[in-house]
Design a protein around this ligand. Structure first.
Ligand code: FAD
Length: 604
């Protein structure tokens, strides 16, 4: 990667608000138009056919028809280069498209599976011949794609796969045997990226066409939610895959398997955020129709508070998402676009931003869960009745915390990646921690210098969260470094610490991104027009710093082994870097809620 482009995870090392970030408000008009096309497509072609999607007799055919229609309208080809019939747009544009296409869970899953984990392995890890043969078909939706990694005994531990691939005697084919489960789009996909171990040892990826003899597609799973999407097993019995269809190198299947999950996670976070926006609007409409105690329920404080909290969480995910997309686009821009391995270099950029992608997955899915749960509550008993959209949305959202790597696995990934990069010198986390300790010992004010900034109080709180996070990470590593070399420790006791650190990192990123966006909106539109964004950033900041503080209390109680004096020393240091801004939280929430209730939608 060029020096110009930012590095993944670097927000942990940079003083809060030290960089200007990309925001959705500055997307070019033509991209916004494409977003509108996607939104209107969903309203017209998807929402109108929800009953066909949800009906087990018609869902496969409906998926095929609507996906192909989306393909005809250019909605499946955003990131595919123009030479292969795609639009060759950047990630920021694809992000808006993913957000606007996410109006109904089942279709979102089917579409993002095709454009994301279905198409991106070949796009980023395939060779020219493979691109020539398959990308034009995938770009238009003529062929639909799926990604087959999970097996019955290997889910989170996906690289363990038992599916085998053995080279045929004439050296022309790999013979695949095994069974993949829970494969999205399995019921109709024409094209699968299948992961298998060559000679039972070397984890590798294969491009498999549905028509290859030996493939059996299992029956549709009966699911709790996203019932309108297709999920099946894929059984491979002596399936002959031409050697030309090995994706990447033998033994390097993990690169595409995991690399593509980074972008899959990012897009999932964006998609569910888009859906959460819709559901917040649905709840606001209901709250303005339903009266109790001779008053609209939208006038009740506890109902209004829900709209404020929903909006703040959505704002945080939206701000982190477009910021991340902007950073990735900047890194991709800096690559040599004429290089033969350009696509694979793009794949590596996503890997560089794996921390941000994992944050998007966890915070996006947990925000959607929160928003949709509150939307059901706003509906009261009606929220439990299937004829109301929120009931289905409630069942549909649950999967988001499970697939594309469970939220536990993604939480592990965040401090895990920080540790790995710190040890290899790619991210100087421990040197920064040492510097911070020296400053603390010298009695320096670590939070000085924010006074003259437009949102100085909020920026100071974001810096406070970042420093406490760094302090927590550094002390955890210092104390447990030897044990953290052992996988059994990391996956045992180590996870208690890692989970806390992951939560702190996520909130730090959310705060910094939300405040940076509000600051930019003040610059773009002036204080009056950016007033609501500032309020949203205030809410994100307050929640973030209080969460970081409570997580650090729990973490240091164990880092201090329960010893009162040691814990008191840690607390004294944390106090020196703690700043919780003063604000009239309830008045802010009421003002944010007022806008949502008035406009009946999420609004910045
Ligand atoms: C509707 C649906 C669609 C799917 N689509 C696809 C698809 O298209 N392609 C595909 O390949 N797969 C797909 N999957 C599979 C999905 O990715 C896996 O279900 C998921 O990764 C979890 O694996 P698992 O079910 O085996 O759970 P397990 O790995 O058995 O996990 C069980 C629990 O243990 C926790 N756990 C596991 N390891 C750890 C750890 N080290 N530390 C802490 N906790 C841990 C998990 O977080 C979880 O809470 C889909 C699944 C569903 C339900």
């Amino acid at each position: 990667m060029s020096n110009k482009a930012g590095k993944g995870g670097s927000f942990i090392l940079e003083r809060a608000l030290s960089s200007s970030i990309a925001v959705p408000e500055e997307l070019p008009p033509e991209v916004k138009e494409l977003g509108q096309v996607a939104y209107e497509f969903c309203e017209k072609e998807v929402i109108s056919r929800v009953d066909d999607f949800e009906n087990s007799e018609t869902k496969v055919q409906t998926n095929i028809e609507v996906l192909k229609l989306a393909g005809e309208q250019g909605l499946l080809m955003t990131e595919i280069p123009e030479e292969y019939g795609g639009l060759g747009l950047n990630l920021s544009a694809a992000t808006l498209l993913a957000e606007k296409s996410a109006q109904y869970g089942s279709f979102t899953v089917s579409m993002l599976c095709h454009t994301g984990i279905g198409t991106l392995p070949i796009l980023y890890f395939g060779n020219k011949d493979q691109h020539d043969r398959y990308l034009p078909l995938l770009a238009t939706g003529e062929w639909l794609a799926a990604y087959a990694l999970t097996e019955s005994n290997f889910g989170s531990d996906a690289l363990g796969a038992r599916t085998r691939a053995d080279l045929s005697e004439d050296g022309k084919h790999y013979i695949l045997n095994g069974e993949k489960i829970y494969i999205t789009n399995g019921g109709f996909a024409d094209f699968f990226t299948v992961y298998a171990k060559v000679d039972g040892k070397h984890f590798s990826a294969f491009l498999v066409e549905r028509t290859y003899p030996g493939i059996t597609i299992g029956p549709e799973e009966h699911k709790m939610g996203i019932k309108g999407s297709s999920t099946t097993s894929v059984i491979l019995e002596d399936v002959k895959v031409p050697v030309e269809n090995v994706l990447g190198k033998i033994g390097e299947g993990h690169k595409s398997a995991l690399g593509v999950l980074d972008i899959g996670r990012f897009k999932l976070g964006i998609g569910v955020m888009g859906n959460a926006k819709r559901i917040e609007g649905v709840a606001a409409v209901y709250a303005n129709e339903r009266s109790q105690f001779k008053s609209l329920i939208s006038k009740f404080g506890m109902i209004r508070r829900k709209f404020a909290d929903m909006s703040a969480k959505i704002f945080a995910v939206e701000s982190m998402g477009y910021r991340t997309a902007g950073m990735i686009d900047e890194a991709v821009e800096a690559l040599d676009h004429s290089a033969e391995d350009f696509s694979s270099q793009v794949g590596k950029v996503f890997e560089e931003f794996d921390i941000e992608c994992a944050i998007m997955k966890v915070m996006g899915s947990e925000t959607a869960a929160f928003v949709i749960d509150e939307a059901v509550q706003v509906h009261g008993g009606a929220g439990f009745i299937e004829e109301y959209e929120v009931a289905r949305a409630y069942r549909d959202e649950r999967i988001n915390r499970i697939f594309e790597g469970t939220n536990e696995i993604n939480r592990l990934l965040i401090p895990g990646a920080m540790l790995k990069r710190s040890m290899t010198g790619r991210l100087h986390v421990m040197p920064e921690f040492m510097k911070m300790n020296k400053k603390l010992a010298a009695g320096e004010d670590l939070l000085a210098g924010f006074e003259d900034m437009p949102l100085g109080d909020l920026a100071k709180a974001a810096e406070s969260a970042r420093l406490i996070t760094l302090f927590s990470f550094g002390n955890t590593i210092k104390k447990h470094m030897a044990k953290l070399q052992k996988v059994e420790y990391v996956m045992g006791m180590g996870e208690y610490f890692f989970e806390k650190i992951a939560n702190m990192v996520m909130h730090s990123f959310a705060m910094d991104s939300s405040i940076a966006r509000a600051t930019k909106l003040i610059e773009m539109y002036g204080e009056e027009k950016a007033a609501n964004a500032v309020k949203l950033a205030q809410l994100v900041t307050f929640e973030g710093i209080t969460k970081v503080l409570s997580e650090s209390q729990e973490l240091f109680s164990s880092l201090g082994d329960g010893d009162a004096a040691t814990i008191a020393k840690f607390r004294a240091d944390i106090d020196k870097m703690t700043f919780v801004p003063a604000m009239d939280l309830m008045a802010i929430k009421d003002a944010v809620a007022e806008k949502v209730v008035d406009l009946q939608k999420y609004v910045v």
